[in-house]
Design a protein around this ligand. Sequence first.
Ligand code: GLU
Length: 482
Amino acid sequence: MTMPKKSRPHSSSTAVVRTRIAPSPTGMPHIGTLYQALFDYAFAKRHKGSFLIRIEDTDQERSVQGAEEALYDAFDWLGIPEDESPRKGGSVGPYRQSERLDLYKQHALELVKKGHAYYCFCSKERLEEVRKQQSASKQVPMYDRHCLALVSEEIQTRLDAGEKPVIRMKIPQGEKIVCRDEVRGDIVFDSNLIDDQVLLKSDGFPTYHLAVVVDDHFMKISHIVRGEEWISSLPKHKLLYDWFGWDMPPMYHTPLLRNPDKSKMSKRHGHTSVVWYQEHGILPEALRNFLALLGWSHPKDAEIFSLDEFISSFDLKDLKAVGPIFDPAKLEWMNGEYIRMLPVEELAKRLQEYNEKFLKSVYSIELIHKTVPLVQTRLKTFQEYDGYCHFFIEAPRSFEKDLTAERDVIKSIAGVLEKFHEQEWQAEALGTRLQTYAEKQNIPFKSFFMTLRVALTGKKITPPLNESMEILGKEETLKRLK
Ligand code: GLU
């Protein structure tokens, strides 16, 4: 394929905007699916249109039970509700491809009738043999059009005898097929390099190519956003639209997400499953903001913006063609910013929900409330909460600093603290008294407070010490020191 200079980008049409995300239910929801869906959603909402979910379950062997529900959970969590889908219904359903088989068959047969498609009875073994020969002679592996020569009587006899053929596209030979990708401009394909794609499999299920074209047409999709891995399918889809006599909606191919080392974000490398972000304690609003910036820049270069702000300024024509780098460190930074923006009450509520779901440690809501002001400025993810706060629910079993030589200091601190009345046990008073004591004893503050910190928490880095002692209470603090 060759790519001439980008021509004028398509501008948003004034017709009703309908976008769709079309995931295959083959596993846990992928972060790339949410990334694309976010653009579909924002564009549809900006134009007061509809955003659809269509389940592309035509590969029955790869379909996984529970995957569809997991997808809905992921969309709900991210906060981008669809208008039409298998679970919500709508006027152009059914929204699962496995429930639309007749429609695909009817359209495959229409193409056979028009002479754009043909039956193929070749066995797997024969196809395998052809492929082997082609690769041995360094040819592009393609179907050799063996069945294109069959005459109609023979086809009928074999069909009557119960043979189960596939239906293939009859790709025209010697043509340049010009296709348009709204992100990259016009792309020219040499038809001689395109395989006679199977449209309908022998089990009556369509392939992606037939089903996607038929469905996008009948579901009245106005703008298609999909991953750049589908660019090579563009000429096949263009031909199908032409043969059916339908208009092809503008297509936007988003670049693949990449790891910071520029490699393709894959299961092995990055965290591709949406569940990972939930377990890690990433806020959905932070993930939304982060994903939006992977394909688009804010007109005023803002880094932090709300979903409403995104919707009001996003246009598909602004999508970028360069592979966006998925930098987990930036996501964590952004998540921290969102954690700091939450009102204390809300943060406590969310932390409690998170703890109940993902952490084994049990924190009472009272304890969470008390600790939130201490950790709000420090947390980058909810997962870190337990690391900062575990000492509140359990005395340390190991210590990041050897305290053997500090026994006397610790004892004398306990002596100072013992004199406090319960009512006096407050962060500020504790801090002042301990400072005076350290000064009198000529112990440098830094090592004094470090010793106390490690003795109480086991750690060198913790929430503020005086406030922590106040929360621990007099009895527990002295117990640990002793
Ligand atoms: N089912 C395809 C996928 O899982 C959809 C591609 C498209 O959006 O057309 O990627």
